[in-house]
Design a protein around this ligand. Structure first.
Ligand SMILES: [Zn+2]
Length: 62
């Protein structure tokens, strides 16, 4: 039986910096940065497809 390998000294630092790994292509990024990219792309898509708000129009009555 072999002993389990000791984790690298900087393993914790690496996992906190790079905590997103794409399962299909292996793309690596900080999870918060990746999330911001996803949110940005979603907003861009809504913008370019010209999505309209379904919220009722506010009418101000004095
Ligand atoms: Zn990917």
């Amino acid at each position: 039986m072999s002993m389990p390998r000791a984790p690298a000294r900087n393993a914790l630092a690496v996992t906190t910096l790079i905590d997103f790994v794409c399962r299909s292509c292996g793309f690596v990024e900080h999870a918060d940065l990746n999330a911001s990219h996803n949110i940005g792309r979603r907003g861009w898509w809504i913008w370019v497809t010209g999505a309209r708000s379904t919220a009722p129009v506010l009418t101000l009555t004095a």
